[in-house]
Design a protein around this ligand. Structure first.
Ligand code: T4K
Length: 370
């Protein structure tokens, strides 16, 4: 092979430098170092230090929510919320979600009952939830999939009419206030956010719990710290605290969230434009992600999805089947829309380290292998 040709066919991504579905957004080193210096000066590294308190306050203001508890992960936020309301029987939820949703319910000794999703929004379907109600139903846990929250008002109404708690799995819902964000975070009793490295706002690991009552805020705060409280002992606790280093990462990252979201929005627009012919002819459907954390596309069949995935992998590009398979223990025959969606949904790479040319590269392969 002549050298010119060899150069031309050198792949853009390699095994050592692949294009991944997500990459963490990293804050400025200078800003982060400033916060780390504060930790070294205070010699206070965990157990509600000043950076955790500052980040908790800043996030409460940023999100415009009444009460906010910073936690160690999205999963621990879900567990705390379930424990806070003494949920130990049935929780109706979506089977089309990350493993943590069903696991948190099982972990507190309750039972997830899976309802189907809406084919357009891919979120929990209120009618299907209603059909799953039983004498043991205690809560509904809608999942704000890709940050979206289309049916939350109806779900909240259903819960109120049936005396159920509503705990949002809002792990994917971080973003500045907007109608979609308000619906995602504020309609129910509690909403649980994740600040994992792959989220639009990250503390490396971390999460948050949004509540509406001061008494619940105090209880959840105490429960996140072994149940210790100024009002005396009595609550069953765990260790779900964030530490000062994670809070430093969060504080240094918070200013960049809006820039990150708009950068990802610009990449999303390029994806939409390059795949518009395929979308118009029904070969793919590009699903909205309100805060541009994900780039989910639905193929016409699982066969197409697998063919595209294989072609991308050959070029060291790694999308992900968020979310496939459905939650373990789910009777898939009772949730046909979730099953069908999960077989055809695929998230293409989308993160702050990508350039326009990366999107062009991905789309060229998708178009060629559809
Ligand atoms: N509920 C829902 C609906 C959720 O989506 C999640 C989390 C939760 C609850 C629970 O929240 P947390 O307890 O996690 O706070 C990732 C995340 O770990 C997980 O937080 C997230 N959902 C889920 C959707 O995505 P995996 O198993 O896909 O992660 P992993 O390690 O394969 O990483 C994904 C991509 O990011 C890979 O391409 C590698 C890349 N990556 C990852 C890390 C950690 C990096 O480039 N750098 C990194 O540091 O779950």
């Amino acid at each position: 092979m002549n050298n010119k040709l060899a150069f031309k066919t050198t792949p853009k991504y390699t095994e050592d430098a692949p294009l991944l579905v997500q990459r963490p957004s990293l804050p400025s080193r200078k800003k982060l170092d400033g916060y780390i210096d504060q930790i070294y000066e205070s010699k206070w590294v965990t157990n509600f230090g000043s950076l955790v308190k500052t980040l908790e306050d800043n996030l409460r203001h940023y999100l415009k929510v009444p009460y906010f508890v910073l936690t160690s992960s999205g999963t621990s936020s879900l567990q705390l919320a379930l424990k806070l309301y003494n949920i130990e029987k049935e929780v109706i939820t979506s089977p089309f979600t990350f493993a943590a949703t069903g696991q948190a319910i099982n972990w507190v000794g309750a039972t997830p009952v899976y309802a189907d999703i809406n084919p357009h929004s891919l979120a929990l379907c209120p009618l299907s939830c209603e059909q799953r109600l039983s004498k043991d139903s205690q809560a509904i846990m809608p999942v704000n999939i890709y940050g979206n929250s289309h049916h939350n008002e109806e779900l909240n109404k259903l819960a109120t009419n049936n005396n159920l708690k509503v705990i949002y799995d809002a792990a994917q819902s971080f973003g500045p206030p907007s109608p979609m964000q308000r619906r995602a975070l504020l309609n129910g009793d509690a909403a649980c956010l994740s600040f994992h490295a792959t989220k639009i706002f990250s503390c490396v690991e971390g999460g948050g719990l949004i509540l509406h009552e001061e008494s619940e805020y105090k209880a959840a705060r105490a429960m996140s710290n072994f149940g210790f409280s100024a009002d005396g002992p009595g609550l069953l606790g765990t260790n779900a605290k964030m530490n000062e280093f994670e809070a430093a990462f969060g504080l240094a990252s918070l200013d960049d969230v809006v820039t990150n979201i708009s950068y990802r929005e610009s990449l999303t627009r390029i994806y939409q434009s390059l795949l518009s012919n395929e979308a118009e002819s029904g070969l793919v459907r590009i699903i909205d992600s309100y805060n541009f954390t994900y780039l989910p596309i639905m193929f016409d069949s699982e066969r197409t999805l697998l063919r595209v995935d294989k072609a991308l992998k050959r070029s060291n590009i790694f999308g992900r089947r968020y979310f496939h398979p459905l939650q373990p223990g789910c009777d898939t025959s009772s949730v046909p829309i979730a099953l069908d969606s999960s077989e055809r949904i695929y998230c293409l790479p989308l993160h702050s380290f990508m350039e326009n040319e990366d999107v062009e590269e991905v789309c060229a392969i998708v178009k060629a292998s559809i």
